[in-house]
Design a protein around this ligand. Sequence first.
Ligand SMILES: [Zn+2]
Ligand SMILES: [Zn+2]
Length: 313
Amino acid sequence: MRGAWLDEGKLTYREDLEEPAGEAVVTVMLAGICGTDLELLHGYAGFHGIPGHEFVGRVERSADRPDLVGRRVVGEINVACGDCATCHAGRPTHCERRSVVGIRRHPGCFAERLALPVANLHLVPDSVPDEVAVFAEPAAAALHVLDAVSPQAGERVLVVGTGRLGILVARALLTTPADVRVLARNQARLPRLASLGLPATLEAAPGSCDVVVDCSGTAEGLALARAAVRPAGTLLLKGTHVGAASLDATSLVVDEVRVIGSRCGRFAPALRALASGELQVDDLVEARYPLSDCGRAFEHAGRPGALKVLLES
Ligand SMILES: [Zn+2]
Ligand SMILES: [Zn+2]
């Protein structure tokens, strides 16, 4: 099988990959490169194998569910054991024994095919094109912010970090009645943020915001985000950090700041938001590369300010 292979911080294109085996085998049509994939290259999660976790594909075979063959699907990335205390408690994304597609002990989607449990698959409505459906996973992650906070009219919400994830998170928050801004690093960024429909601010006064979401993935961004939270406000951590980022614990106590971690979200509401256009993503695709050009695609995705780069098999 053809696909990308990651080992010891190096990405290569190979044509000798092992065919996937599992409950359902899915032919990948489009796959998206995200910040996590770039971090895997730099050692995040110690992953080696086929990377990639954002995809839309078509079920090629499924012994138990032949009715799914030929159907267009997206897939949840946490593969839970179904049997541990956490799974029994209804929190499969936190399964103690989980593997994660393209991130932890499970081959990813930057290949012609991948295997997944049937339970992880979601049918894509016919009205949603591949270029939109491929955003199901990051859209779910972005909308998951709204499972943690529901900012009200008059509340000030700030998003720090305007990369791929930050843009989606800001758009998710803009569906609420709150006053949502993204923090622009400098004047030069303003036109681009405006073209993406994101209200921007060049600075956030310390303690001025009710809710701040850090999507920066940097220690500097996290510090800016923390400073902007008002006493008894909420700091939501969305970006993954490769190194250790620090927060002053005493100031969190004194200011009674609520700190919330946020990772993967629910696919069903994400697909609904993509189908209805409530969450717009079609303007976020920056480039497409064939699978055989995965090296160049990763290089492109890693450029500062790059939007979504897709791989097609
Ligand atoms: Zn991702
Ligand atoms: Zn489990």
